[in-house]
Design a protein around this ligand. Structure first.
Ligand SMILES: Cc1cc2nc3c(=O)[nH]c(=O)nc-3n(C[C@H](O)[C@H](O)[C@H](O)COP(=O)(O)OP(=O)(O)OC[C@H]3O[C@@H](n4cnc5c(N)ncnc54)[C@H](O)[C@@H]3O)c2cc1C
Length: 268
């Protein structure tokens, strides 16, 4: 389709099924009314994937996904500023008329589509976290090599070495978990749990890695406008969108195999 697409789940936050934006059938169209907060690319997207309440059933069963042209009459946005540079906006839909054929999949399947998109995107957020982390590790290592201290280098100090080693271990584990999720997706296997694990681990570790890198730089790590300051702010939202860390932990816990251990006498 060649357009910038953004997913709009509408006012639900962590409670993905609690969508309020309504889509009422009128002849061959649906008419969308409501709003959505915190949409990445909301002010530059050409196409929006909008999850709206069509009412086929209660809660999660009454949602549908629509492909919506962002330039249709009635679609408007308010641009937001984030702690790290990015396109971000609140969206409004006032009597936006969308042709029936713009339903993605079937009506009533919006919740499944929203979850499927989230499952796919989570590992990509893990990938972004790895990129930010790698930059932070490289900055810290270079500084530790160059900084002269106690008639040697900062890197010669055992605790600095240990800190860098732990950063490298966390980064390697993040990379392997993200690759594992991608491998399961590429091989047509069930991948949702692996994607959640990768996103949780890589984004949580990235926050710690960037913080540890700042510690290794000392005062030089807290200079306004420095690369580490940018990384510090850039990494933070990753633990909130595409599933916050807390909701991911709940998802992962729900995949634990209780049946496997329930009747095992040897585990008592
Ligand atoms: C940069 C950015 C871009 C975004 N882009 C999009 C987008 O393109 N499309 C879109 O639809 N949304 C987008 N969002 C919104 C994002 O999906 C929500 O912010 C996220 O789902 C959390 O919802 P909330 O902000 O309403 O927080 P809430 O749902 O109010 O949660 C607040 C806090 O409570 C925690 N919490 C929630 N449930 C539980 C629980 N059961 N147990 C313990 N803690 C819990 C959460 O983890 C969070 O820490 C974006 C957000 C950000 C920051």
């Amino acid at each position: 389709m060649g357009c910038r697409i953004r997913i709009v789940r509408v006012q639900a936050g962590s409670d993905v099924a609690a969508v309020t934006l309504s889509a009422k059938r009128q002849g061959d169209s649906y008419v969308l009314n409501g709003q959505k907060a915190w949409i990445a690319q909301g002010d530059i997207a050409d196409c929006l994937i909008v999850i709206a309440r069509t009412g086929e059933g209660p809660g999660a069963l009454g949602l549908s996904a629509f492909i919506v042209d962002a330039f249709l009459p009635g679609v408007s946005h308010t641009t937001l500023g984030a702690i790290a540079p990015r396109s971000w906006a609140h969206l409004r839909f006032d009597n936006v008329r969308v042709p029936m054929e713009n339903i993605l999949g079937k009506s009533g399947q919006g919740f499944i589509i929203a979850l499927d998109i989230l499952d796919r995107f989570r590992m990509t957020v893990g990938g972004a976290a790895i990129g930010f982390s790698r930059r932070a590790v490289d900055i810290a290592l270079r500084h530790a090599l160059q900084r002269k201290i106690y008639q040697g280098r900062l890197l010669d100090l055992q605790m600095v070495k240990a800190a860098l080693a732990k950063m490298e271990i966390a980064l390697s584990a993040s990379s392997l978990l993200t690759a594992q999720a991608a491998w399961h997706l590429d091989h047509g296997r069930t991948f949702a749990k692996y994607s959640a694990v990768a996103k949780y681990f890589a984004t949580e570790q990235a926050g710690k890695i960037v913080d540890d890198a700042i510690q290794i730089l000392g005062a030089a790590g807290v200079v306004a406008g420095s690369q580490l300051e940018r990384l510090y702010r850039q990494i933070r939202p990753l633990r909130i969108y595409e599933g916050s860390s807390e909701t991911l932990l709940m998802n992962i816990a729900s995949t634990l195999d209780a049946h496997r251990v329930q009747h095992r006498e040897d585990l008592q």
